[in-house]
Write a protein that binds this ligand. Structure first.
Ligand SMILES: [Zn+2]
Ligand SMILES: [Zn+2]
Length: 196
């Protein structure tokens, strides 16, 4: 697991534990995302949740720091952290679905709800296409995660290869082994780690 910069760390916060009131409606509608709201409206209709489809709204809240998303009940509002725009789009969709799943769970179970990330929420996540969603986790930062830290060179053709993780086993240059040794390993082409 790569290191994450602290300021890029996101954590899910149970929205039930958020005691403060949702943002004022005026401020909220100013930053509303029409396309994401429309998606939630349509999805709620497909799930036959009429009241939710009428009232659900999605907006961006630039004051959110460590939280990726939040859902408000009974306001049926979803707030998203604008930092999500800098991440791969699947992170935004996963966050949106995670939060909508909270509203779906409450719309269905009401006060019989068994907890913010209980079975109702998990079932809603599965219906929304994120069956393995976790209540709390950090968002991956692709550029850092995919950073290739180790480089190796073939002593024969001098081709260099980069890897995220160090190579533990003996690995030889595939091109040279194929060209000169019928595709089988030969120590003559064994990759050498380059120190930098
Ligand atoms: Zn949650
Ligand atoms: Zn080679």
């Amino acid at each position: 697991m790569g290191r994450l910069m602290p300021q890029l760390e996101f954590r899910w916060v149970s929205w039930l534990r958020v005691r403060a009131a949702p943002p004022p409606l005026q401020e909220y509608t100013e930053h509303e995302d029409g396309a994401l709201t429309a998606w939630c409206v349509e999805t709620s209709k497909l799930l036959n949740l009429t009241e939710l489809s009428r009232r659900v709204r999605v907006s961006w809240n630039s004051r959110m720091r460590t939280t990726a998303g939040r859902a408000w009940w009974p306001d049926r509002m979803i707030e998203l952290n604008p930092k999500l725009k800098t991440l791969p789009p699947e992170e935004l969709w996963r966050t949106l679905k995670h939060e909508l799943a909270h509203l779906v769970a409450y719309e269905r179970a009401g006060r019989h709800h068994t907890g913010p990330h209980g079975p109702e929420w998990q079932a809603a996540c599965a219906e929304l296409g994120i069956p393995d969603e976790q209540p709390y986790h950090t968002l991956p930062f692709k550029s850092r995660k995919m950073k290739r830290n180790y480089s190796y060179v073939c002593p024969h053709c001098l081709a260099t290869m980069r890897r995220v993780k160090p190579i533990r086993r003996m690995v030889a240059c595939y091109a040279c082994c194929r060209k000169y040794n019928n595709g089988t390993y030969h120590s003559r082409f064994r990759l050498i780690e380059q120190k930098h």
